[in-house]
Write a protein that binds this ligand. Structure first.
Ligand code: KG4
Ligand code: ZN
Length: 369
């Protein structure tokens, strides 16, 4: 019987069923168009939209799979980090299902799930080095096992995805901008030395992308014609060819700076973690073709295996939550109905319930229940 995964941490409502590492059914409802006009996600609109869509989406998912709620073996829900109101919608839905079906519940760290998703296509050999690059996070992890992650480095300010999104906004591209930056720069050649590779001149594994954002903003200030008119429905194709070539080269330079910065710090992490048996790169920014090529080149040169989920599994989805849930439930890890959401910026506690044998043994004579 499959595990249900629920993802509502930001502006995608995702539901998926995974059984023994295989996707049984999946549904994703994106709110990108709703938020695009505001240039970023509006938290109250996001939670409301999750609430509106989650129940019909669940019914459609079950119809796709030809299953009933009782056919679900467990419920895995993204508990953070994310927007609090959005997470709470997923959590409340998960708890309702758990109450109705009596199935086990497990809360999932959304960031770990991004990386574990690589295991849906090829087996992750642990210990592994994990680079998680998303809209809110740029984390390097020592992945000891599917359930044990140690943070090696993180961004001190903007995440890699934020650097893409903010640069895109400066050029009037729709939110989230990463994929538009990629579309416009796909066939372009970067201009050598145009942008810095930020925060490399140090000895640590942390990142800082805010200086790159400033460099990009200053460039656009000096070249205001790169603030594009609103894109037509045909996206990058609506930009006149000469302007497209010019902005393409500028955006390719930005993308190269980001990809190279990520590569240098990831190589530094590999130097310090020689036991790593493979390397995983995941999160929305890992959908970027230039980053994928850069990391593949580095991995081949160093002779280490590289796992990157397919692009649709890099951006937010519920399949990764269901899969991580299946791994955790198999290890006996679960939560009860007191499971809480954890907003962005707060550490996710390891507050799993003790395994049943420990629970039984720790009961004192005369304990009720
Ligand atoms: O993992 P994700 O879907 O959501 C978060 O957990 O944040 O990542 C979203 C981020 C956004 O910043 C988006 O612009 C970026 O991933 N992104 C990309 C691409 N596709 C999505 N960045 C660069 N190139 C892409 N093709
Ligand atoms: Zn994400």
């Amino acid at each position: 019987m499959p595990v249900l995964g629920i993802e509502t941490s930001c502006d995608e409502t995702g539901l998926a069923l995974v059984h023994e590492g295989r996707v049984v059914a999946e549904r994703l409802a994106t709110q990108a168009d709703l938020h695009s006009v505001f240039g970023g996600v509006v938290p109250e609109i996001a939670s409301r939209e999750h609430l509106r869509i989650i129940d019909p989406l669940f019914r459609t998912l079950l119809t796709d799979a030809g299953l009933a709620p009782a056919d679900i073996s467990g419920v895995a829900v993204a508990r953070g980090p994310g927007l609090l109101g959005s997470l709470l919608v997923g959590l409340a839905f998960a708890k309702g299902l758990v109450l109705a079906t009596g199935r086990p519940l497990v809360g999932i760290n959304h960031l770990h799930a991004h990386l574990l998703a690589a295991g849906l296509h090829s087996r992750i050999a642990f210990p592994a080095l994990g680079l998680l690059v998303s809209g809110g996070h740029t984390h390097l992890y020592r992945m000891v096992s599917p359930t044990q992650f140690e943070l090696l480095g993180r961004t001190l300010d903007d995440a890699a995805g934020e650097a893409f999104d903010k640069a895109a906004k400066l050029c009037n591209l729709p939110y989230p901008g990463g994929r538009h930056v990629e579309e416009l720069s796909r066939d372009a050649t970067p201009i050598p030395g145009l942008f810095p590779r930020p925060y490399l001149d140090n000895d640590n594994l942390d990142f800082s992308f805010s200086g790159l954002k400033t460099a990009f903003a200053l460039y656009i200030e000096r070249h205001p014609h790169l603030r594009l008119p609103r894109l037509g429905t045909d996206g990058a194709a609506s930009v006149p060819a000469p302007l497209r070539a010019e902005i393409g080269a500028v955006l390719a330079s930005l993308s190269e700076s980001i990809a190279e910065t990520l590569r240098v710090k990831t190589e530094r992490a590999l130097d310090r973690f020689p036991e790593a048996r493979c390397m995983v790169v995941a999160g929305g920014v890992a959908a970027n073709a230039l980053l994928r090529r850069t990391m593949a080149g580095m991995a081949a040169r160093r002779g280490i295996g590289l796992l990157v989920p397919p692009p649709a599994l890099c951006t937010d989805n519920a399949t990764m939550i269901a899969y991580a849930g299946e791994l955790l439930l198999r290890e006996g890890l679960r939560h009860d109905l007191t499971l809480d959401a954890v907003p962005r910026g707060q550490a996710i506690p390891e507050d799993y319930l003790p395994p049943p044998c420990v629970r039984a043994a720790s009961r004192q004579p005369g304990d009720a229940g």
